[in-house]
Design a protein around this ligand. Structure first.
Ligand SMILES: [Cu+2]
Length: 511
């Protein structure tokens, strides 16, 4: 048995999303249970030695989510969400990006250690409708679950709401040596946590649901499935959770207060397994847990809840006994060294609603807000200046996996000792992280409540090679994007609507 079992959510309870005036409570849907829609693995176009080739197509379609009318949705290589992409550490990856949507999009690799601003797929890398682009990169990171989502400014939130989010597994040699479940779809499943509001005829209406502090809906949608169940056929199941919601926090726990073990966070395994009964995720965070169903028998049902709402049911079937011990030590973290005299970077996330900003400024695509030499590790002190009770802002940086060192000078939470790319910062708190960029480029950093990032709580940093001339990066600008969107949507620029644009307009600013 574990020495210590954690039984709380770690974050500040007064800042939980359910205290917010605009909070949309989840309601258990009155629809029949459906089998969890575990996404299929995406097949490579070809593999040649160390090179693998994939095609990712962003497309529009219709998906049967609720009984009755199908819902108009967007997805990658499918009509909703994505097929699971598999990358292996050291592999050279070639990806063809196709946009079959009616408007421009970008393909952002959240959590991948790839160069910005183009390969990374942030707002500077639009792929226009009907267009095909190619990227390639070498995978250089630890085993983890990362993800792919749209990131065009300022309609990231709306496009993710339409369904543009997919799961990306990274494998490496070390993880493969550990006694952990990894039979995809059987005892190793991605669990994408989202929520939606189904309007008339089962359609989504982002504009109608718009809230500058984040859009939410009353219906939980797990891997694109409403009222989902999963058939358990093994004693242990590895669940790879992703908070893929625009705004919602998930406070996960099982029926019978079933204990589980967290083995990984956003960007790596945890150094040591963390035994727990409760797990909170803020937007874009991931957590991998192993659940042991040995105390249950065929016919039993174990329920996963967020707060007090059931979101996923595990139907237990006969399984072979497997009591081989799971590893308690999983991973050695090698923290990069900080040279004496290296300045501490200070980043302040401030405001709520339309007034959100970083360091007092709203995002501007053509402005580089900070710079840092490639290969040099620096401390970043990331502050959430919201008054208490306030809200938790999940801070995310592109193109790197960082370490969380402290929260207001105290130890980080027990389950954030591995590499991460997103960290929830409580109101009035300063989280110190250790950041190093391995590749030169321009990288965005922002709150991952997606309406906050669209609303301007975002900035960008250039990582440069100290001994080389600086490359000139081609950065996107709002006039070009607005012009393109106006043509694609067939409406004048003055009548374009996007959530993020509302935030700028209400502050009397142009994007
Ligand atoms: Cu935020």
């Amino acid at each position: 048995m574990a020495d210590k079992v954690y039984k709380d959510y770690f974050f500040d309870e007064p800042a939980y999303d359910y205290h917010d005036g605009g909070y949309v409570p989840l309601v258990e849907p009155d629809v029949p249970q459906s089998k969890l829609g575990v996404p299929p693995m995406l097949k490579p176009d070809k593999e040649e030695g160390n090179d693998v080739y994939y095609t990712i197509t962003a497309q529009a379609g219709e998906t049967q989510i609720m009984p009755g009318a199908k819902t108009k949705t967007w997805g990658y290589n499918g009509t909703l969400l994505g097929q699971t992409v598999l990358y292996k550490d050291g592999q050279h990856v070639h990806v063809t990006l196709k946009n079959e949507l009616p408007e421009l999009t970008t393909f952002h690799w959240h959590g991948l250690n790839v160069s910005g601003p183009i390969v990374d797929g942030g707002c500077h890398a639009p792929v226009y409708p009907g267009e095909t682009k190619h990227i390639d990169f070498t995978v250089n990171q630890h085993a983890a679950m990362t993800w792919l989502h749209a990131h065009p400014c300022p309609s990231t939130a709306e496009q993710v709401w339409h369904g543009l989010a997919g799961v990306v597994y990274i494998e490496d040699k070390h993880e493969a040596t550990l006694n952990l479940p990894r039979n995809y779809g059987v005892d190793d499943i991605p669990v994408v946590l989202q929520d939606r509001r189904f309007h008339e005829n089962n359609q989504w209406d982002y504009q109608a649901d718009y809230d500058p502090d984040g859009v939410a809906g009353p219906t939980a949608m797990i891997d694109g499935t409403v009222n989902a169940y999963f058939d358990v056929t093994t004693q242990r199941v590895r669940l790879r959770f992703l908070d893929g919601a625009n705004r919602r926090e998930w406070r996960l726990h099982f029926s019978d207060d079933l204990e589980f073990v967290q083995i990984a966070g956003d960007g790596s395994l945890l150094p040591d397994a963390v035994h727990m009964t409760k797990l909170m995720l803020t937007c874009a965070e991931r957590a991998e847990v192993v659940v042991d169903f040995s105390n249950y028998k065929a016919g039993d049902v174990v329920t996963l809840y967020t707060d007090d709402v059931p979101i996923l049911r595990f139907r237990i079937h006969d399984f072979a006994k497997n009591d081989t011990p799971l590893p308690e030590h999983l991973f050695d973290v090698h923290a990069p060294k900080v040279e004496p005299g290296t300045p501490v970077r200070k980043i302040v996330m401030s405001g709520m609603d339309e007034s959100v900003a970083i360091d007092g400024k709203k995002f501007a695509m053509q402005r580089i807000d900070a710079e840092q030499p490639v290969g040099q590790a620096q401390y970043w002190d990331v502050t959430n200046s919201n008054d208490k009770p306030g809200m938790v802002h999940p801070f995310h940086c592109h193109g790197t996996q960082f370490l969380v060192l402290s929260r207001n000078g105290k130890a980080p939470y027990p389950n954030e000792h591995g590499f991460k790319d997103t960290v929830g910062v409580n109101p009035g708190e300063t989280v110190r992280i250790l950041v190093r960029f391995d590749l030169p480029g321009v990288y965005m950093y922002h709150c991952h409540i997606i309406e906050h990032e669209d609303g301007g709580m975002m900035a960008q940093i250039e990582a440069y090679e100290a001994d080389k001339p600086r490359p000139k990066y081609k950065l996107m600008d709002m006039d070009t994007l607005m012009h393109a969107l106006s043509e694609e949507r067939g409406i004048p620029e003055s009548e374009l609507w996007m959530g993020g644009m509302e935030s700028y307009a209400k502050m009397g600013m142009k994007m």
